[in-house]
Design a binder for this molecule. Sequence first.
Ligand SMILES: [Zn+2]
Length: 728
Amino acid sequence: MELGPDTVIMPSLRLNPFFAHSLSRRFPSCSDLIEPIIWGSPIVQERVIPQALRRLGMPPYPVLPGKALIVVPRGSRTDFRERFEEGWKLLVKGARMLARRRAASSPLWRFIDLAFDYIEERMPGVLERPPLKLRYIEGERVVRSPRDYAEAVRELWNRAVKEKAIRVEPEAEVDLEEATSSAFSGESIGFPVASRRGFDYCTSCAKMPAAIIMPVEEDYSAVLATEIGEVPDGMMFFFSPGERLCPWCFLKRVISIEPRLLRILMDPVPESGLESFIDEIAEQEFGRLFPSTVHIALAEGIARLPRRDIEVPEEAKLWMWGLAERLARENPLALKVMEVLDEEVYRGAGPDIDDRFLWRYYALLRGDADSMGMLLSGNTLALWNPETNCRAEELSLEGAKLIIVSSAEGDVKKILREKLEKGEFGDLVFQQEDHCSGEGMCGRPFHLTPSISYHTVISASLMKAALLDIKVINELNGFVVYAGGDDLLALLPVNRALEAVRETRRNFSKKIDLESYPMVPMLHGVGRSYSLLVVHYRSPLSAALEQSSISLDLAKERVVFNRGQSFRKDLLVLERVPGGERAFIPLAPYRSIEEDQNGSLHPNVEDYERFLASIPDSLQAVLQGMRPLSDTPKLSSNILHDAALLYRDLDTLASLGESELMRKMLERLLERNMAPGLREKMKLADLGQWVMDDLLLTSRISVKEGGRERPLVVEFFEALKVVGGGMR
Ligand SMILES: [Zn+2]
């Protein structure tokens, strides 16, 4: 009522499990209607989600974001901020209450309880401030038509861009003056171990002073025993030796041990109901097993251990059912290997075990949709990201047609197509008055008029892709760190990482044929780039994470793929950590719209779909033919070193356009490295259909930084080296 009679608030489920959960808690009488929309959908009928839902009473994989920008109705900014801060305080209160309740029976929670006491005394007021600074922009326009909406969105967008330029970190809002200055007058900060330098920085965020400092491995049990009595077995899973945590990162850790605390914000739990809610969850504590980087590195080895008396612990099932099926706390051998990477034990396990699979590397996969900003504003150049083009108007109009036509079925589709052919677009598309073209672009591209339902469709598609990502990664024995929006972050065994790229990339653009959900769209034609890092398990994870986002930015902004036409983005960048060459592999060598030799534009959906993410497929096929993945290898892994000697020649031949000579050179290379006595000779085609297709021989990848330019075939061998080199 206060918002006025002409304001319509239109919530849309957008397949978001958290929103659905929240709605069905608020309106229990409607939960029968809401829940089947998400949980009954064939997309999520996977083991992990219903299982977690049943045990946690909420959807799995919640995260606290690092930043958030919210559009609110005019004049309501203060209300939102106050409500958020109240909710946060309630969450902190709940966490403290839970620690107190469980302290008597659980040494782990006794430690958490003492740590909370320490934080409150030594760094008062920090926990109560949210570690997330919400930024708001207020909507001011009255929207009466789709064009109004488009204008309003554009205005908000521009303001959001400006807003992003100034970012106030949440750390700036806490007062640490007293805590840190007294740290240098003899009162060092740190529980249970005091800092030797006055204070230390948090090892997790590296921004705030650490309140909790865990003892080093040698003193771990002794120091903790004096604080909490006995030290439980799995304690190191949650608080590693030597780890230092600031109050916020500590609280986040506590929430990851008991994610149901987030229901305080999600359900939400009212202040008056907090006690009974905490009582309810305090009763049912369940074990948790987080995979470490060693677990992931050894997943393939573990999977190949002889399966005797293997029972799957419930806590492992909850988060990574694929690996969990082969894992068991009850199997002392598997556990031993996982915990300490004990080669002696692993080797001593008998003739059944093959030390070919004692790997020290794991794969860190990060994925992110391309050109989301363009897409959200309705600019259809996002569909194929040409490197340069002076036909932006024409290209974008073609893209708009493709989207409009494919959004309908049957007669409507026919009518729409006819109208569009005649140039009758009505209000469906528009050109921006003050458009500024990007680098190498000219002309004013047409935009689809974004509407509320247009945006709803995009976010529903992203949500669906995230749910599918979770499914794929779990099936490949990996672990999803985060899947949401257009982002994916996951850890995988090295030998499954390329499959993960292929499957998730294809799913992202997949047209889903669901009889009961005929109009569930996906982002067909929109690109998605990935960075795949092959990381040694002892490399600091934080450095690897940073490197993976640097690599991804590089792939998105500074790499051009050229096979006659030049495109940007939709790339996979592969890299080994520490130190190693980078390789770039295009994921969509054909875009959904292509320019023919005469310069006319055609939808090219067939080639786009057929070749989407198929180079990772070819890479995987080659690796499967070599050691260690093959028991009877057809190809010696020396081929990678041999190939490296030819890079310069291949490059020269490629720049001369001598693809026939390149082909001969590669055939020789293959012959030299083929297993002797192979009944059926390997052909170039076995390296992947790409060679036969000439794509590998004629395409080039250029990296703007440093001016590197190489034939795709060189990138192909480099990519094999990165991934193959991680299987040891
Ligand atoms: Zn921190």
